[in-house]
Structures are given as structure tokens and as C-alpha cells.
Ligand binder design. Structure first.
Ligand code: PRX
Length: 660
């Protein structure tokens, strides 16, 4: 591997210093000087009057066609921000930067997976043109304000173009992760009642061109999608349905390159993003425009410290909220240069990420603990081959980060020069809400940090009473009103679920995150993980219900229970317990069950292990006791099992495990 050492060592700056006494870190003088914000007073000031704070932020950070009449209104659990304000997301991401003379600045660097293929650079001017043209294409396909557009695209520039084009005309995008199966795409297209789908014929993964359009065809069947736009990503055979399917490049050929941005109400929806809930059916989290953009802008400015000379790389796929906020809206709102990469981290080898950082001089790098653990396992010799001195800030997201992974990242990627900001947030919160700010710190391994200025996050006990910071047991992470502007406004088509899921545990005035947490000190919060039936597998959010539904769709499965257990790399991994009918346990049935999961959800959800059992342990009311299964798997004390309807089921399970 050739080393192109083109960043002079003497210029390497130190952005972080270790505390003299504790295992924590602080911004260096250099970082404090450079950072967009470095005065701690902001926390106190913002919380004195969060509504006034966010009004100031919205005004300073965004361009409004018309200012709002009222900043905030709530009728818990419902709330609104910037009522009467008129705005457009794509105008804020593009037009205003061009008007400010930044048209020639690189907006997007796209790195394709095949190493022989050239990268693409798009300036703000070029991105603007593409977005305008595609907005006109959408209009010509009959898409109007408020219509839902499905986007099933990999990490290629067309995905950001498509999202911003939807935003330009006031259509609501619903992006579906391209590694999700056709069936899961279908469920989401039906739920959102999408009328157009934008997809690609293929994308590259580990050197292979995968046939994405085939999945899209399954997804569209039986939905109300009338038109499908297909990006030609690879030269492979692609079946196109006459009258329904159109090539992106053909539609773009004659599209006009200006489309007037729709002046939408601040509370008009910008997007729907499906995520796993506690039941099998994924829920469509809805985000509105003005509040979401305000928070995307300021978290990009303050948490990621995006500045004019930064190259920001967020490795998250666009199919997740992290991709929406930090691989699209946030960087563009702040006129930053965003880098995206199409492929796998190990293609052609485990040095790929580091070679990208070296080549494009990435300054801010954002990834998931699960990726860090994987890299650590592959060995420090991979990053050691590359010059990573362009980096000045590292960040993580998606799950709690363990101490070892934090230290590995700090040493081998940051070379002990860069702070790590651990960003806690959710699909529902729209932007990061708990993290250390680079110019303020401290950076504490395994601790997410402090609630973002103007956001009222607390930890409460079972009764909803706020706990003292010295309480070592911890409790539940909640948010108090006034709710942050970027928070979800509902669940698409199911407001009852919105109320039940988020605002019932501690009453309608309190947003419940479903996460457990404890204080590290007076200010800083350590998030310990989900307290519901949701798991995080390699950073992907999955619910036990969703997996159980997929498994029980196999014709020989009567019943099943899925339990997450800790996993060295992935954080958590699902284990399935299956009761069969009219069939004997066999390796073939195991394979068929795994295939069902891949068909219904996608490969990310594959169970690590399947156990066939005669019965599942149940309470007298018939509820499956996943807790007992988990304790058995982890060899823990089973607790009181006398209340079970069928304690003998536990004996069979014990026998099963003793044979392992
Ligand atoms: O349990 C928390 C965990 O991820 C959940 C949200 O998942 P999702 O909606 O897929 O969004 C992930 C990306 C924003 C949370 O309820 N989580 C996320 N970030 C962290 C985290 N847990 C600990 N530390 C984090 N930094």
C-alpha cells in the first residue's frame, strides 16, 4: 500500500489535552480558539428561556421567507415551533450559499466503492442545478406539495439530490435503507401511501454490483406507486416496466434548471423515516421543517463544529436518521463540504476508510462504535499505514461506546490529538441532543455528555421523579417541555401510537426516550441503553417484535421469542427460540427461517443462533418471559420463576444449554 504523506507533520495540531487527574479530556487552547462555541455560559443562558433561545437560533441560522407569528405552542403531547413562519429546506441548503458567493465551494465529494472508478465532486452551484432539475422532474411526474415520495437509494449523490428536490417542492420524502428487503420497502410504501419511488438499478458492495432494482420491483408491487425513477448505477441487465419505470438520466436530460422553491409552513412535514418500535410494525416518525432545520443547523455548527475549511465525513447510511441529518441537511445548511462513501469498510481491504481520510483530508469523522470495534479487531496496523493528521474531531453515534473502543479510536484514529464527541440521539429527536461540545468538553470515555443548550434532558425514577445527580443507580432518560424544535411531531397515520409510545409512561408533559441513563457528574450523562424490547445490532435499531413476526411467518413456526444478548463487535445480537409444528428441527428449517428474516427485514436482522424448543416460558397471563430466556443464555440467576404458567419449560431449556 502506497503512503501519500502530503500533510506536513509540523503542521499537525493538538486539539485535545488529558485532564491532569482524571481519565477525561479537555479541548486544547487551539481547539477553544477555533471552535464555533467555547463559552460554557451558553448552557445556563439557553435554559433560562429555551423558547427565546431557539427563536434567536432559528433567526440567526436560517433564511425565512416570512418570519413566524408565534415561537412555540404546546398542548401536550403536541407542540409546534415557529408557527406561521415560511421556509424551504433546499433554499436554506443551497440558494442562500450561492447568493453569499459560495457557489464554487465543493458541497459533496462522492467516493464510489470500485477503486478504479473516479470520485465525483459537486460544487454548491452544481448541486443546486441538479436539485432544481430533479425538482422539475418530480413535478412532471405529478408530485405535489405534501405528496410522499419513496427513496430507495444507496450512498450516491442522487440520494441527496432526490431528498433536496422533494424538499424544494414541498413533497415529503420517505427514505428506506437500501439493504432492507423488497418486502420491508413495500410495507413502508404502503404505510406512507407513496406515489413515486426513486431507486437505482444497482450499487456496489464488496466488489459486486447488487441488483437493487429487483428488490424495488418487489417493493412497488401492490402499492399505490405510479412512477419509478431509476438511477443507472451499474451496467447490469435491468428490467424496466413500460409506463411505470423511467431512467433518471433520461428524465433529467430535458429538465429545466430552475424550480421555484415552495414556501412551506414551518410545521409542514419535511420527511417520514421509519424506525422499529416495540411491536412488529415499524413506525413512520414524522419531522417538520423549521424546527428540524434549526436543530440540524446548530448541532452541525456546535456539536460537529463545522467550519468553512472542514471536510466532514459521516459514515452512516442515508437510510438512518444520522444519514438524514449529518450526511445531508446539517452539512449543507452550514455550507460545509460533505464526503460520502458508497461501499463497504473492508473493500478492497481494511484500510479503505483510512485511505479516504488521507486522500481527501477529512477533518471531522463520524462513525458508530460497532465499526470501531470491528476495526480494532482487524488490527491497528491498518490505520497505522495512513496519514490521518488532517483530522481534528472524531464523533460516535448509535449505541453506548465501551471504554476499550473509545480508547482505540482515540489512539489509533485520533492519534491522541482529537477529541471524541459521543453523540446521543434517536430517530425521534431529529438531531443529537446529548454530547460534549468540542470547544467546551469534557470528553469522557463512555459518557455521552451534556444536553445540548436549550434542551431539557433529565433522568427520572420509576415514578417520574427527577433523580439527584449523585444517585448511582440511575434511571430513565426523559425530555421536559418546551420540547426541542427538532423533535418528532408524530407517527405517520397513528397519533395514538405517538401518545402511547412517547408520552404515556410519565404523562403527556414528558417525552420518554426508552433509554436508561445515569449521571457521571452534575452535568454529564451516561446513556446505558434501551429499556424496552428494542435492540441495537451493529448500530441498527431492531425490535424483538419485528423479528418475531418475520420468523413466525415461516409455515412451520408456531411461536417464537427473540432475545438480544451482548456481542463483542455488534454491541448486541438476536437469538431466536422457536416452537415448531408439523416439522422436526433441522438445519434446513434453520436456514429457511434465516431466509424469512432476510426476506421480511433484510440481512442486518439475521439471528445469530436459533434454538428449537417445545415450549416458551410464559407468565400466567400468557406473556412470553424473555427475561428468563436471556438469563438462561447469559448463565445468570433466573430470579423467581414460580409465577410461570409452565415452569417445566425452563427445565427443557436448561437441558438444551447444558448440551451446548
Ligand atoms: O438507545 C439509544 C441508542 O440508539 C437509540 C436510537 O436509535 P436510532 O433511532 O436508530 O438512532 C440512532 C442514531 C441517532 C437510542 O434510544 N443510542 C444512540 N446514540 C447513542 C445511543 N446510546 C448510547 N450512546 C449514544 N451516543
Amino acid at each position: 500500500m502506497k503512503k501519500t504523506n502530503n500533510v506536513k507533520k509540523s503542521k499537525t495540531k493538538i486539539w485535545v489535552v488529558k485532564d491532569k487527574e482524571k481519565d477525561i479530556y479537555w479541548p486544547s487552547k487551539e481547539m477553544k480558539k477555533k471552535a464555533n462555541i467555547s463559552d460554557e455560559k451558553i448552557y445556563e443562558e439557553a435554559l433560562k428561556d429555551p423558547i427565546a433561545f431557539w427563536a434567536k437560533m432559528a433567526e440567526e441560522g436560517l433564511y425565512w421567507f416570512k418570519k413566524w407569528d408565534k415561537t412555540y405552542e404546546e398542548n401536550p403531547p403536541f407542540f409546534k415551533w415557529f408557527i406561521g413562519g415560511k421556509i424551504n429546506a433546499s433554499y436554506n441548503c443551497l440558494d442562500r450559499h450561492i447568493k453569499a458567493g459560495k457557489g464554487q465551494k465543493t458541497a459533496l465529494i462522492w467516493v464510489p466503492e470500485p477503486t478504479e472508478e473516479k470520485e465525483r465532486f459537486l460544487t454548491y452551484e452544481e448541486l443546486y442545478k441538479e436539485v432544481n432539475k430533479f425538482a422539475n422532474v418530480l413535478k412532471s411526474l405529478g408530485v405535489k406539495k405534501g405528496d410522499r415520495v419513496g427513496i430507495y437509494l444507496p450512498m450516491i449523490p442522487e440520494v441527496q439530490i432526490a431528498m433536496l428536490a422533494c424538499a424544494r417542492i414541498g413533497a415529503i420524502h420517505s427514505v428506506v435503507f437500501s439493504a432492507f428487503s423488497g418486502e420491508s420497502l413495500k410495507a413502508r410504501l404502503i404505510d406512507a401511501n407513496a406515489k413515486v419511488l426513486i431507486t437505482a438499478n444497482s450499487y456496489y458492495r464488496r466488489g459486486k454490483a447488487l441488483p437493487l432494482k429487483q428488490n424495488a420491483d418487489i417493493g412497488v408491487e401492490g402499492t399505490n406507486v405510479e412512477k419509478v425513477v431509476v438511477v443507472k448505477r451499474a451496467d447490469i441487465d435491468t428490467s424496466m416496466k413500460e409506463g411505470r419505470d423511467f431512467w433518471w438520466h433520461e428524465l433529467m436530460k430535458n429538465a429545466k434548471d430552475y424550480c421555484e422553491p415552495e414556501q412551506v409552513e414551518s410545521e409542514d412535514l419535511l420527511f417520514i423515516l421509519y424506525t422499529s418500535g416495540t411491536t412488529g410494525k415499524p413506525k413512520g416518525i414524522v419531522h417538520e421543517t423549521g424546527g428540524y432545520l434549526t436543530q440540524a443547523y446548530w448541532t452541525s455548527k456546535w456539536t460537529f463544529d463545522m467550519q468553512d475549511d472542514d471536510i466532514f465525513w459521516c459514515t452512516a447510511d442515508i437510510g438512518w436518521v444520522t444519514g438524514h441529518t449529518y450526511a445531508c441537511y446539517g452539512p449543507f445548511l452550514t455550507a460545509t463540504t460533505l464526503l460520502i462513501y458508497e461501499g463497504a469498510p473492508d473493500y478492497p481491504d481494511w484500510g479503505r476508510f483510512w485511505s479516504i481520510i488521507e486522500k481527501y483530508k477529512v477533518t471531522i469523522f463520524y462513525t458508530a462504535p460497532t465499526a470501531i470495534r470491528m476495526f480494532a479487531k482487524m488490527g491497528e496496523e491498518w490505520p497505522a499505514k495512513y496519514d490521518l493528521s488532517s483530522l481534528r474531531l472524531l464523533a460516535t453515534v448509535g449505541e453506548p461506546i465501551n471504554h476499550e473502543a473509545w480508547m482505540w479510536y482515540f489512539k489509533n484514529i485520533g492519534r491522541e490529538r482529537c477529541p471524541i464527541t459521543d453523540t446521543w440521539w434517536q430517530t425521534e429527536t431529529g438531531a443529537t441532543l446529548i454530547n460534549a461540545l468540542p470547544g467546551i468538553g469534557p470528553f469522557i470515555p463512555t459518557v455521552a455528555g451534556r444536553p445540548f443548550p436549550g434542551v431539557n434532558m433529565k433522568i427520572v425514577d420509576e415514578q417520574g421523579k427527577e433523580i439527584n445527580w449523585e444517585n448511582e443507580e440511575g434511571g430513565y432518560l426523559i425530555q421536559k417541555s418546551p420540547f426541542a424544535p427538532g423533535m418528532l411531531r408524530g407517527v405517520w397515520g397513528d397519533m395514538e401510537r405517538y401518545k402511547q409510545q412517547y408520552f404515556s409512561e410519565f404523562g403527556p408533559n414528558v417525552y420518554f426516550t426508552s433509554d436508561g441513563a445515569k449521571y457521571y457528574d452534575k452535568n454529564n450523562i451516561r446513556v446505558t441503553g434501551r429499556v424496552d424490547d428494542t435492540m441495537k445490532v451493529a448500530g441498527h435499531r431492531l425490535s424483538t417484535g419485528e423479528l418475531e413476526d418475520a420468523i413466525t411467518s415461516h409455515k412451520n413456526v408456531t411461536e417464537c421469542a427473540v432475545v438480544p444478548i451482548p456481542h463483542e463487535i455488534k454491541g448486541q445480537t438476536p437469538i431466536a427460540f422457536v416452537v415448531l409444528k408439523d416439522a422436526q428441527p433441522s438445519e434446513d428449517i434453520k436456514k429457511e427461517i434465516v431466509a424469512k428474516v432476510v426476506e421480511k427485514i433484510g440481512p442486518t436482522a439475521k439471528p445469530e443462533q436459533i434454538y428449537f424448543v417445545n415450549e416458551l416460558p410464559k407468565t400466567r397471563s400468557g406473556k412470553i418471559m424473555r427475561r428468563v430466556l436471556k438469563s438462561l443464555l447469559l448463565n445468570e440467576d433466573l430470579g423467581n420463576i414460580m409465577t410461570l404458567q409452565n415452569p417445566e419449560s425452563v427445565e427443557q431449556l436448561k437441558k438444551l444449554f447444558s448440551q451446548k
